[in-house]
Write a protein that binds this ligand. Structure first.
Ligand SMILES: Cc1cc2nc3c(=O)[nH]c(=O)nc-3n(C[C@H](O)[C@H](O)[C@H](O)COP(=O)(O)OP(=O)(O)OC[C@H]3O[C@@H](n4cnc5c(N)ncnc54)[C@H](O)[C@@H]3O)c2cc1C
Length: 435
């Protein structure tokens, strides 16, 4: 069911319009060129229908028709192009932005449509240059002191103004702190769908964005389509897609956008911007598995907490971060920020060693991007062994001490390897160099 409001212009005059403008708690009415218009602030609360002058605004419900997202529709200039919302919290351009632009370029190429990037912030010259190097077709910049600090209200207004003027068919947003606050606000504003934490994106035969993510505890990969509304919105975690190669590219058109009306007008701004940033302090640097180059992840194969000391020795030797599967978080052995997987962190280190980990779908959802995977397991049939480049089949209590002593003398631990276990290598396995 599609719901909307209809203005009866036959009974409209400036006096009636002013009454409605005063009445609306969301400033959704505007008097423009002698006409009353409804803007994107409208939440369909219906107060104008119930309490406004009689017969002026009416409520309309009709059956939704699927949006034809085929190329013909795109060519007719309605909703087209793939947009990326650049993540610029406190001026820091989050690297997920580049990854999303790379993916957007791939998707847009299939549709033969443009790639847009929308960025809000303050004093963004450097960020503009960085983004131009990954070659979107057009970069829309909202550069104003009001965007110096991230606020959901102000950034949502910028995103809404961008979407209204450009009408992108799809918009990709990083599943970062800022992205996770903005995406639902934008979706609500445009009454469109939103798929969070996508792990893959495709274009359907009809030209729609297929938003793919694990569902039902990771047992299925759901393929979600936004058929009736635009833009098609999704968030994607950092390190899911590869970043495109940066190149000196001069084809990107930079559009400096004016401050959205709602923010430019003092009175309207006071109504819409409900919070004020008093000060910003940097969070002390904590555990960040997403940036680690080497990770050792332990699982339920470890019998007791004190055995972690043995694994820690190996981690120290390899300058690796320690991580774990979910049961070890539940045991209280680790800080939750060290969990890899669907309900933990997504990692893509150069080297990942798993020890006593079976490789559940939920765990593997968070580590498929690792460049070289080595696993230690008594069970050669464990799912992780099918993904790992080097499989050490045997008891971890034999293998780890042996590895520790050998690693001190060897460059490549997979060339010799501990004699107490069998090593299986996948042909494309990379050599594991001692760091
Ligand atoms: C909604 C939901 C979300 C979830 N999210 C996550 C998530 O984000 N991350 C996550 O990890 N899990 C998650 N889980 C839990 C997940 O389903 C598995 O239960 C978990 O990953 C299993 O952890 P494990 O591999 O440590 O243990 P197990 O599956 O018990 O595997 C232990 C492995 O150790 C091996 N082993 C045993 N003894 C030895 C030894 N002496 N030497 C060598 N190998 C040995 C065994 O052969 C086995 O393969 C989630 C579950 C649900 C329902």
């Amino acid at each position: 069911m599609n719901e909307r409001l209809i203005i009866n212009h036959n009974v409209m005059n400036q006096q009636v319009a002013q009454a409605l403008i005063r009445l609306c708690p969301f400033s959704a009415f505007e008097w423009q060129d002698e006409q009353l218009a409804i803007n994107t602030n409208c939440r369909l609360c219906g107060i104008c229908v119930r309490k406004g002058p009689e017969g002026v605004i009416t409520w309309c419900q009709d059956n939704e028709e699927a949006i034809d997202s085929s190329l013909d529709q795109a060519a007719s200039g309605q909703w087209q192009g793939v947009a990326v919302l650049a993540d610029t919290m406190e001026g820091y351009l989050h690297p997920v932005t580049f990854e999303l632009i790379g993916k957007a370029r791939q998707l847009a190429k299939q549709l033969d449509q443009p790639v847009y990037v929308m960025m809000a912030g303050y004093q963004l010259q450097q960020q503009i240059q960085q983004l131009k190097n990954v070659a979107p077709d057009r970069l829309h910049v909202y550069d104003d002191p009001i965007f110096r600090h991230f606020q959901t209200d102000t950034y949502t207004e910028a995103a809404a103004a961008f979407i209204q003027s450009v009408k992108p068919a799809a918009m990709l947003i990083g599943a970062t702190q800022a992205g996770r606050m903005l995406a639902p606000a934008i979706a609500a504003r445009f009454r469109t769908g939103l798929t969070a934490d996508c792990t893959a994106l495709e274009i359907s035969q009809e030209g729609g964005l297929v938003q793919i993510r694990p569902a039902f505890g990771g047992n299925i990969m759901a393929r979600i389509l936004t058929r009736h509304n635009r833009p098609q919105l999704c968030t994607v975690r950092y390190k899911i897609f590869p970043a495109p190669v940066q190149e000196d590219d001069d084809t990107c058109q930079v559009v400096q956008e004016a401050l959205p009306k709602v923010l430019a007008d003092q009175q309207q701004r006071a109504k819409h911007v409900r919070s004020q940033v008093l000060s910003v302090s940097e969070k002390p640097k904590g555990i960040d598995l997403t940036e680690a180059e080497a990770i050792i992840a332990v699982g339920r194969g470890l019998r007791s907490r004190k055995d972690l000391d043995m694994v820690q020795q190996l981690a120290d030797l390899l300058k690796a971060e320690m991580a774990c599967t979910r049961p070890l978080i539940e045991n209280g052995w680790f800080d939750p920020r060290r969990q890899i997987g669907l309900s933990g962190r997504t990692v893509s280190p150069d080297l990942l060693i798993t020890i006593g980990v079976s490789g559940s779908v939920q765990f593997m959802a968070g580590m498929k991007g690792a460049k070289s995977i080595m696993t230690v397991n008594t069970d050669p049939e464990a799912p992780i062994c099918g993904l790992a480049h080097h499989v050490f089949v045997g008891d971890l209590y034999d293998i780890i001490p042996s590895l520790i002593s050998q690693i001190k003398n060897m460059q490549d631990i997979t060339q010799g390897g501990p004699e107490i276990c069998q090593i299986q290598r996948r042909p494309e396995a990379l050599p594991l160099q001692k760091t």
